[in-house]
Design a protein around this ligand. Structure first.
Ligand code: ZN
Length: 254
């Protein structure tokens, strides 16, 4: 791997990574050379994108077609009151640049769907699912499976959250191995406890950092369940389903 050129003064901000066992200058260079697509610039995407940018991921893609609404600001902390009405990807990009000007941000102001998923995803090393509906996750999962990209999954509902890394090409299940039936997407907004997306989005960012630097064990074949009311954090084992409609034997994932 050729060493990336850090601009003068750039490494200064990563001192606490450089002294960290398992990360160091090598890990920081890996982060600088990496690219991550964050699908969804809402609650999960806010925490994940901010921490990935701060950590020095070289290229961050943001995909979201929505604009900032006042009802978002209770948890989508990458945006603020001045940004009401602006495209979320533009609002988020501005905040990321203020936090770390060395990060390249690609704004994709589109809904990720079957027709554009492969095109969007193929340019990135890791895909972070920060969406809020089953349909979008299914689309991301199919594209990630076909393109052999790890999908760092996160979801929140009321006071609870989930995190996993789906990656059939690494021997781990895909989203549809675990969630075999896709329920209809809710037509009404569901309640989300304020700081919960911050916790789950930050856990997703950690999984991305682990995948890129190779430190620790990512949540491959494991589903982390977070219950904030009871302070229960439970990791359950999940496995690939040979009959999975997306990654199972004999399926041609598209
Ligand atoms: Zn599967």
């Amino acid at each position: 791997m050729s060493q990336p050129v850090f601009a003068p003064g750039e490494m200064q901000r990563y001192q606490r990574h450089v002294i960290l066992p398992g990360v160091g200058e090598t890990g920081q260079a890996q982060l600088k050379q990496s690219s991550v697509l964050v699908v969804g610039a809402g609650g999960l995407g806010s925490a994940a994108a901010l921490y990935l940018a701060a950590a020095g991921v070289g290229c961050l893609g943001l995909a979201d077609a929505d604009s900032v609404d006042e009802s978002n600001l209770q948890r989508q902390v990458i945006h603020d009151t001045r940004q009401l009405g602006r495209l979320k990807v533009e609002s988020a990009a501005e905040r990321i640049h203020a936090l770390n000007p060395w990060v390249q941000v690609d704004c994709h102001a589109v809904h990720l769907e079957q027709a554009n998923a492969a095109h969007l995803i193929q340019g990135y090393e890791v895909i972070l699912d920060a969406t809020d509906n089953f349909t979008a996750r299914d689309v991301i999962n199919r594209a990630c499976t076909a393109l052999r990209k790890p999908m760092v999954y996160g979801a929140v509902y009321q006071f609870e959250g989930q995190v996993s890394v789906f990656a059939p090409h690494l021997g781990a299940p895909c989203y549809r191995c675990v969630f075999k039936e896709l329920p209809p997407d809710p037509t009404e907004p569901v309640g989300i406890f304020g700081a919960l997306p911050g916790v789950v989005g930050s856990l997703q960012a950690l999984e991305v950092l682990k995948l890129i630097t190779g430190v620790g064990q990512p949540l491959l074949g494991k589903l982390l369940l977070v219950d904030t009311l009871e302070n229960r954090y439970q990791c359950i084992h999940i496995s690939q389903d040979p009959g999975c409609p997306v990654c199972g034997t004999g399926t041609a994932a598209v």
